[in-house]
Design a protein around this ligand. Structure first.
Ligand code: PGA
Length: 252
């Protein structure tokens, strides 16, 4: 099964409308060199509409970094999937470790958000990954399996097939410490095996990204692993040159 790689920029709480729009200029110029990979940008909510407009007619998808699971109502400060679609988003990140660990999102909340993304016809990137203490205790597989089991609980195979997974070991996020290509491959193969057992034959076509200190100089070795189907990139995605360089490394 050959899966097209997805190279996704998670800008977190960075970039204004002006700097986001400026980012697009060199990205557009590089698109002919990136035709072998899929690209997506996840800016702040405010930049979704301007970026979706600026990237209209290109193959670059725009997504949001979070959503709320209800469709509408008295939920001060929250944003629904329908609002995101209305702003031009086609994708959404669900359960990023910063939301799980800094903002207290439980597996149950993540499952609700994942279901809402699918209901609202957004392609979710579901983030899973263990803490350093969990890896040191040899618990990385059981932690990730629990995250997957909760997120996919009760979901039919056709729905599950629409989910993109991002394996992001928490100890590698923003630390400069990347998982080795072998460690990433081992976990991502285990994730695919889990998907095969619980989501059936679609597991083979589902994309599993790696995230955590991906840089232009480590991207090629990670991308060469059979179960690494692309990247979710934080820090190194803020600069267009390094985002493009990672895309080019993954396209080789
Ligand atoms: P990083 O972040 O590339 O800065 O480590 C990755 C992520 O949080 O998705």
């Amino acid at each position: 099964m050959s899966r097209r790689k997805l190279i996704a920029a998670n800008w977190k709480m960075n970039h204004t409308v002006a700097t986001a729009t400026a980012f697009i200029v060199p990205l557009r110029a590089a698109l002919p060199r990136l035709s072998r990979v899929d690209l997506a940008i996840f800016p702040s909510f405010f930049c979704v509409r301007p970026l979706a407009d600026a990237l209209a007619g290109t193959p670059v998808a725009v997504g949001a970094q979070d959503l709320f699971w209800e469709e509408s109502g008295a939920f001060t400060g929250e944003v629904s999937g329908a609002m995101l679609r209305d702003a031009g988003a086609t994708m959404v990140i669900i359960g990023h470790s910063e939301r799980r660990h800094l903002l207290g999102e439980s597996n149950e909340i993540v499952a609700r958000k994942l279901a809402a993304a699918l209901r609202d016809a957004l392609t979710p990137i579901l983030c899973v990954g263990e803490l350093l203490a969990e890896r040191d205790a040899g618990e990385e597989n059981s932690v990730v399996e629990r995250q997957l089991a909760s997120a996919f609980h009760g979901m039919g195979e056709a729905m599950a097939a629409r989910v993109v997974i991002a394996y992001e070991p928490v100890w590698a996020i923003g630390t400069g410490r990347t998982a080795s290509p072998q460690d990433a491959q081992t976990m991502q193969a285990a994730i695919r095996a889990w998907l095969g057992k619980h989501c059936g034959s679609s597991a083979d076509a589902m994309r599993i990204l790696y995230g955590g200190s991906v840089k232009p100089d480590n991207a090629a070795a990670l991308a060469a692993q059979p179960d690494v189907d692309g990247f979710l990139i934080g820090g190194a995605s803020l600069d267009p040159a390094s985002f493009v360089a990672i895309g080019e490394a993954a396209a080789r």
